[in-house]
Write a protein that binds this ligand. Structure first.
Ligand code: FBP
Length: 600
């Protein structure tokens, strides 16, 4: 092949590397294998494991049909002894929320477990597409081209919240019209909340369609401790961010002039930031959950960073990497209170606020309705941040934190603080409590340096990549589990995999056991609870024990790119290995490898 032909081949949708990755085998847990070694649906049995149900009585009133006995009772997959297969079932699948690596392998797992006797259908453009009835049959050939590939483009996705009676009725019509026996919802906490409500509605309407959720989100917060250590997409996204942050660590130490401020995705939980910090050992990583726990103000967060920058300056280190979780603003208690107050007032005066022409007008209208402290805080924020907090909410009532430039806000405030420190050295340096201890020479050196910064936001880069080997394996199993649940006629469950280091244990978690009451748009709603960084977890404790050393010295790591072959391709997230007490983090095992792309 000449060079021009090679280049034109690589200009197509898939590169030669992608073609090789598509051929990689995926593991299959033993519960999905028949005696002949072929993939087949598993059965589910009751266990004595259960999720802790908070407010069972209130939840039972909202989900009377699908609530399982004891609320949180968990099912476990076992290999089926049935000789004949189930056939003639029609199962639709949709993606919901932000993309996450591995979505296409969920489809591959579903197709494999349904076999040729059942029909797999796709819903275009997420829950919104389901409401519209935009459903099509997925051909087997398509699966061969998307397996191990990234993105959600094959089906598309959206963030529609199914909430009105009309929307539920339209969902029912779609289910009836397409004769669906099953609906698989691939999504995070909000999407699986949708799944729980759809399951309940269809059960109430006596429509025999199983609704099953699949835990997806790069944020890692659709999780349930030992029963579901992580959601899919987290591993790939954090590996990509870790490569990039590692490169920035290396750049900072090479150019010796910049502090790189890196905001990392994760709308609420700081799990991404914690994982990337463990992989790259930056100078600073903020963990929102800790900032909330310590009740730190924005000024205290700024002072914490400034102190580390100053102490590094004393050692001649004027560079480094600072990680900032995307969701930080909502976790700074004073900001959290402001957002909660705004949500309430915006819900009460929705129409009045909508009628006002400019952001300034809206702000002036809102200020008298806020507490004095929140009004003062709102007025002190940069205009674009005020605009975000006043205007933007998604369909589920979430502030669009990915659009808030927290990294730039912090850079501005830190610069201002450092310049104050240069001007008023007596106020900031000294032996009194709260001041920084420094020699006159160190203070002079401190004054000579100017902070040079670069800001970055890593988020979208990590969502649609080809899945890591871990996510490719995890998602294929989740597809097999969800398909098996539907064929077993189970509704209102989420497919879950645990014990990633010993063959992969396949569970079904009742969605109602994950539900909690939360304030959304100023009102209490029942939603699936997000799993946040646990400050008593081994992974956080490990980070907290080591961070002073990483702040004081330049001892970073640069883990490099995702590997698809070789020993380092078997890595799973460090936080999973630490928190679940695995013997290592470099050798996941989810079953016997099968060549699925070849037509298994
Ligand atoms: P999901 O929870 O839907 O998976 O989305 C996660 C996320 O990537 C967040 O980290 C981020 O805040 C948000 O999506 C951005 O959403 P959008 O795609 O609407 O900009």
């Amino acid at each position: 092949m000449d060079l021009f032909s090679k280049v034109s081949r690589t200009a197509g949708k898939h590169s030669p590397l992608e073609e090789e990755i598509r051929k990689l085998p995926v593991p299959v847990s033993s519960v999905f294998l028949g005696k002949d070694g072929k993939i087949r649906p598993a059965e589910f049995r009751q266990t004595d494991m259960a999720l802790v149900c908070k407010g069972h009585d209130r939840i039972a009133l909202v989900f009377p049909k699908i609530i399982s006995k004891g609320c949180g009772a968990i099912l476990e997959a076992v290999a089926s002894n049935e000789s004949g297969g189930i056939s003639g079932k029609r199962v639709a699948v949709l993606f919901s929320g932000g993309p996450a690596a591995g979505g296409h392998n969920v489809l591959a797992g579903l197709a494999a477990v349904l076999g040729t006797g059942n029909t797999l259908l796709g819903v275009r453009k997420g829950p919104g597409g389901l409401v519209k009835g935009d459903v099509f049959e997925i051909g087997r050939e398509s699966i061969k081209s998307i397996i191990n590939m990234g993105g959600f483009d094959f089906l598309g996705t959206d963030r529609t919240k199914i909430k009105t009676a009309e929307q539920f009725e339209m969902v029912k019509q779609s289910v009836v019209k397409n004769r669906l026996d099953g609906l698989v919802v691939v999504g995070g906490d909000d999407s699986n909340t949708n799944a729980a409500f759809i399951a309940e509605y269809l059960a109430k309407e006596l429509i025999p369609c199983s609704v099953v959720g699949i835990p997806k989100t790069i944020d890692g917060d659709m999780a349930a401790g030992k029963y579901l250590p992580i959601s899919f997409g987290f591993d790939t996204a954090t590996k990509i961010y870790s490569e990039l942050v590692g490169n920035l660590n290396q750049d900072a130490a090479s150019a010796v002039k910049y502090y790189h401020f890196v905001k990392l995705m994760g709308r609420t939980a700081s799990k991404i930031t914690l994982e990337v910090a463990l992989q790259t050992k930056p100078a600073i990583a903020l963990i929102s959950e800790e900032i909330a726990e310590k009740n730190m103000s924005l000024a205290q967060v700024v002072d914490y960073i400034v102190r580390i920058i100053t102490l590094r300056r004393f050692k001649g280190i004027n560079h480094g990497v600072i990680l900032i979780p995307e969701g930080l603003v909502e976790f700074i208690p004073e900001m959290g209170r402001l957002i909660a107050e705004l949500n309430k007032v915006l819900a009460e005066y929705e129409k009045d606020v909508a009628d006002l022409p400019s952001v300034e007008n809206k702000r002036e209208f809102l200020l008298p309705h806020l507490s004095a402290q929140s009004a003062q805080l709102l007025a002190s924020l940069p205009p674009d941040l005020q605009e975000m907090l006043i205007l933007d909410r998604d369909d589920h009532g979430n502030v669009k934190v990915s659009q808030i430039e927290t990294e730039k806000l912090l850079i501005d405030k830190i610069r201002y603080r450092l310049s104050e420190m240069k001007r008023h050295t007596d106020h900031f340096f000294g032996s009194e409590e709260g001041k920084i201890v420094a020699t006159p020479g160190q203070i002079e050196d401190f004054k000579k340096v100017t902070l040079s910064t670069q800001s970055h936001f890593l988020g979208y880069e990590g969502r649609s990549s080809k899945p890591s080997r871990f996510d490719a394996a995890f998602t294929f199993q989740l597809g097999l589990a969800a398909g098996s649940l539907v064929l077993a006629g189970k509704t209102g469950y989420m497919a879950a995999i645990t014990d990633f280091h010993k063959g992969g244990r396949v569970l079904a978690l009742p969605l109602t056991g994950l539900v909690t009451a939360e304030m959304r748009k100023g009102k209490e709603e029942f939603v699936i609870e997000k799993s946040l960084v646990d400050l008593s977890s081994p992974s956080f404790e490990f980070y907290a024990k080591n961070r002073d050393k990483w702040a004081a010295e330049d001892c970073f790591s640069s883990p490099g790119a995702i590997q698809y072959w070789g020993p380092t391709s078997r890595q799973l997230p460090i936080i999973v290995a630490l928190d679940r007490d695995y013997p290592g983090f470099d050798s996941f095992d989810m079953g016997e490898e099968k060549d699925v792309a070849g037509g298994e």
